[in-house]
Structures are given as C-alpha cells and as structure tokens.
Design a protein around this ligand. Structure first.
Ligand code: 5AD
Length: 349
C-alpha cells in the first residue's frame, strides 16, 4: 500500500508521510496523487463546477496582518465601501448570469454592525430567496455570528491561515491568536453555518510540518468548504520581499485535501489564477470543484488588493467567465447554475 492508498483508505497520514508526499520526486506517485484526487472529485460532483459570485464590498480593515494588502497600516490604497444599491446590483447581474451563491467578503470593518450587515443579508434573501449567502468578514463574536445566521446567511469562510501557533505569531501582530481563530470556526459550526477554512501555501516562515498540521486541524474541524491558495507578496506590506508560494505545492495540497475530504467544496482560488494564467484550471484538474469569479465592479477591484497582481484575473465578469469556460471546456468541465450546498458524507458514527 503506497501513501496515496493509505490517504484514501484512512483519510489521514502521519506528519512525516504528509511531508514526503508534498515533496516526492517520484513521478508515479505524483501522477497518482493528482489522478486519484481528480477521480474522487468527478465521482462526487461529475464534471460540474459550482460558481460563487464574489462581492468585495469593503476594503476597510482594522486588522494588521503582515501578509495582507488590506492591513490598516497600508496607507497606500484607496478605501471604499460599496453602497447597498451597488451590492444589490452585483447580485442582480450575477443572478442573471447564473450565480446562485453570493459571497460577501470584506476586511474587518466596524462600520458593518450586525444591524447593517443583517439588513444587507435580508435584502439579498428577499430578492433572491433561491440563493445562498456566504459571509467572509473575519472574526466576530458568537452573538454576531448567530444574528447574521438568523438574518439568513448560510455559510461562512474564515481561513485559519496556519495551524501552528508559532507560525501564526509570525504572520500576525502579537495580540492575535490561533486559538481565538479556531474558536470562531467552532462557534460558526455550532450555530449551523456551512463553514469554510483554509490556509496559504508558501507563506513566509512556513515549514512543511506546518502544512501537515493544517491537514490535521482540518480533519478535526471537518469543514464543508476548504479554501487554499499560494501566498503572493504585496508591495505595501512587510512581506513585500518574500517569495510567492509555488503552484506545484498548492496543487499537491488541493489534491491531498480532495482525497481527505471527498465531499468538501474546494475552490480553485483567485490567488492560483494570479500565480499562473491557467492556475485555476490546474486547481480543478487537481480536485477542486468550485470557482469564485468576481462580481465586484471593475473600478473597485483594483482597490481590493490582498496581494500584487501577477497573471491577469481582473477584467470584466463576462470576459472572465468566458476565459474560464474556454479553459474548462476542452477537459469536459462546465460551470453550472446551482447553489452547490455541502452534502455531508453518510457515516455510521
Ligand atoms: N497572498 C495570498 N493570499 C492572501 N490572503 C491575504 N493576503 C494574501 C496574500 N498576500 C488570503 C488570506 C485570507 C484570504 C481572504 O486571502 O488567506 O484569509
């Protein structure tokens, strides 16, 4: 039994085995990793790719994460908040193009109290009751998560970023803690959200053992969604001179996660598309089943700069969708009109 068989049957490897798999130069094992992951994705989803419409509605952030261009210490970006009508416009355009999930993503912006956020959620749900709403608003209190769930939010994305607390402390200011982050994720889950977590691949100071810890943490959390992408430096952050994460390592992580979590919704992220013009296609071929095109108006996209742009993923929505479907079509994949909810594995436990 090789490492892939073990991963598939047990859903887990030891730290040392994960590290070996992530760096193996054995071409057969590598090919088997990607092939197995792709087959599992096809068995569970067919060649159907779920699409989520990303709405980056505020780039204000009071946090100061060292890797992120939205950090409050960055005075070099123009900050914006989308008026509610613009958010609803994004939804309308998205709905007409077949999107049935809207992802409201922003920096941690105190302007968006539970009341303000709740009103936005209710307005979207009123107009588009057949759509799912995913929130990606960072850390909030249990009470707040509960209120937003009651307002109609279905899912929540909050990457844990790294499951090693020392590493976490090298990516964030001293007062931020991995434990708090993880508690938020458990809170979200207990409230009833479909929860997504994830991490950056190749972030500064990352060791391969930390990736093994990320897999272990995700095993414990059992999330409905897992978002990962390569770290990409941003010129207005302390990590401006750090190296970007690699495409190969990111794809191997996606493949491992698909084998560990056959039913999870795994996006092929914008960061992958930023690293390489066909990065998102490679993500799909490595087991991802979700794409998250940007519904934000092009004028605001240039201000939502988590990282520097390398390969182009900006441009109009229709241009982007066409580009993606042209990449997917030769491989038999199509984007579908579907909420794409998480359907958990049946277990006997
Ligand atoms: N490179 C790659 N990903 C980043 N993120 C933030 N900054 C960067 C960067 N420089 C990711 C984080 C965050 C998500 C919204 O974007 O993982 O959770």
């Amino acid at each position: 039994m090789d490492l892939i068989d073990k991963l598939q049957t047990e859903g887990m490897l030891t730290e040392d085995e994960f590290c070996r798999l992530l760096w193996t130069e054995d071409g057969e094992i590598r090919a088997k990793l990607f092939m197995t992951a792709q087959q599992i994705a096809i068995e569970n989803f067919g060649k159907r790719i779920f699409i989520r419409g990303l709405i980056e509605f505020t780039n204000y952030c009071w946090r100061d994460c060292f890797y992120c261009g939205l950090r409050c210490a960055n005075k070099k970006i123009d900050r914006y908040r989308m008026p509610n009508e613009v958010i609803l416009d994004c939804c309308r355009i998205g709905y007409e193009m077949g999107f049935r999930t809207f992802v409201l993503q922003g920096g941690e912006d105190h302007y968006y109290t539970d009341e303000v956020m709740g009103n936005i959620i209710r307005a979207i749900k009123h107009l588009y009751p057949d759509c799912a709403i995913t929130l990606s608003l960072g850390e909030r209190s249990y009470r707040s998560y509960k209120e937003l769930f009651a307002a109609g939010a279905d899912r929540y994305l909050l990457r844990h970023e790294t499951a090693d607390s020392l590493h976490y402390s090298r990516l964030h200011p001293p007062s931020y803690s991995l434990a708090v982050r993880q508690d938020c994720l458990y809170d979200l889950k207990s409230i009833g959200y479909q929860v997504g977590s994830g991490f950056m691949v190749g972030s500064p100071y990352q060791l391969t053992e930390y990736l093994a810890k990320d897999f272990e943490f995700l095993r414990k959390l059992a999330p409905a969604m897992i978002g990962i992408g390569p770290f990409i430096p941003n010129k207005n952050t302390p990590f401006r001179h750090q190296k970007a994460g690699s495409l190969e390592l990111t794809l191997r992580c996606i493949a491992i996660l698909r084998i560990m979590f056959p039913k999870a919704n795994i996006p092929s992220t914008t960061a992958l598309g930023t690293l390489h013009p066909e990065g998102r296609l490679h993500g799909i071929l490595s087991g991802a089943n979700v794409l998250m095109p940007n519904l934000s108006p092009v004028e605001v996209q240039e201000h939502y700069t988590l990282y520097d742009k390398i390969a182009g993923v900006d441009g109009s929505l229709s241009h982007n969708l066409e580009l993606l479907s042209n990449q997917l079509a030769p491989h038999g994949y199509t984007m579908v009109v579907d909420r794409g909810d998480y359907v958990p594995e049946k277990t006997n436990q």
